[in-house]
Design a protein around this ligand. Structure first.
Ligand code: PGA
Length: 243
C-alpha cells in the first residue's frame, strides 16, 4: 500500500482531488466510485473549482456511490444522493443520468443489490474507488463482522455508526437503521482504491486497519490485499501508527 502522510485536511483534499482529476483526464469516460461523509467534502470542492476553471471535464465520466440509507429518497436532505448532488454533481459538468447511488426507496433488498451490481458491471467496473473510514473500521456501510460481505447488500447499522451519524439528523430517532451498501467484494474489484483519512479521532483505526492484521472485524483492513491502493492521511490521523 502506498500510504502518504500530509500536513492537514486541506493538503489531503487537494492531493486526493488531483488523483481523481488525473484519472478523468487520462480516461475521460472513467467510472468513479464515490463516498459521502465529512472527509470527502474538501475533495469535491477542489473538483468543482477545477471543473469550473475548465481544468477537468466530467462530461463523459460516470459515478457509482458506495451506499445509501434505506428508506430515504433523493429529495430527502439526509439522503446520500442529496449530499452528492449538493457537494459535487450539481457543481460539475457530469451527465446526471450517469451518476448512480443505490436506490434507498427500493423495498426489495435483493432486487436493489442485484440491480446495483449489474449496473457496475455494465459500466465496465469501477476505475477508482474513493473511500473514507469509520471509527469502527467500516468502509461504505460494511460494519465489523465475522466475514467479508461480497456484494451490494442491505445492512443493519451499528449503534456506533448511528451515534456518529446522528449529528446530521434532528434527533437520533430520525437516523435510518438500515442502508444499502456495496460489499467488500464490490469495493475490492475496483481497479484502484483511494482512501482518505483525517483527524486525531481516526488515529486508532488507522493503526489497526493499515498496520494490523486483515480481519472482517476491521473491514477496511482488507484493502491491504488490494494491488493498487493509495491512502492519504493527515498527520493527526497518522499519530498512532506503530514504530
Ligand atoms: P466521515 O465518515 O468522513 O464523516 O468521518 C467516514 C465514514 O464513516 O466512512
Amino acid at each position: 500500500m502506498n500510504i502518504i502522510t500530509v500536513k492537514n485536511y486541506e493538503e489531503m483534499s487537494k492531493m486526493a482531488a488531483h488523483i481523481l482529476a488525473a484519472q478523468v483526464i487520462a480516461k475521460p469516460d472513467s467510472v468513479l466510485g464515490l463516498a459521502t461523509g465529512s472527509t470527502p467534502i474538501g475533495i469535491y470542492d477542489c473538483l468543482a473549482e477545477w471543473c469550473k476553471n475548465g481544468e477537468v471535464d466530467f462530461s463523459k465520466a460516470a459515478t457509482v456511490n458506495l451506499d445509501e440509507y434505506r428508506g430515504l429518497d433523493h429529495s430527502n436532505d439526509q439522503s446520500y444522493y442529496y449530499f452528492m448532488n449538493k457537494h459535487l454533481f450539481s457543481r460539475i459538468n457530469i451527465d446526471p443520468s450517469r451518476t448512480n447511488v443505490p436506490d434507498g426507496t427500493e423495498p426489495d433488498p435483493e432486487k436493489e443489490s442485484k440491480r446495483y451490481e449489474a449496473l457496475i458491471q455494465e459500466l465496465g467496473g469501477i476505475d477508482i474507488q474513493l473511500l473514507g473510514i469509520g471509527h469502527d473500521g467500516h468502509i461504505g456501510f460494511n460494519e465489523p463482522n465475522s466475514f467479508f460481505d461480497k456484494e451490494t447488500h442491505c445492512v443493519d447499522l451499528t449503534e456506533m455508526t448511528i451515534e456518529a451519524n446522528k449529528r446530521f439528523f434532528e434527533s437520533i430517532d430520525d437516523v435510518p437503521r438500515q442502508a444499502y451498501t456495496m460489499g467488500i467484494g464490490t469495493i475490492m474489484s475496483a481497479k484502484k482504491i483511494l482512501m482518505v483519512v483525517t483527524g486525531a479521532d481516526k488515529a486508532d483505526i488507522v493503526a489497526k486497519a493499515f498496520y494490523g492484521e486483515v480481519t472482517p472485524e476491521v473491514p477496511a483492513s482488507i484493502i491491504q490485499f488490494h494491488p493498487n491502493v493509495t491512502v492519504i492521511c493527515d498527520e493527526a490521523a497518522m499519530s498512532k501508527i506503530p514504530e
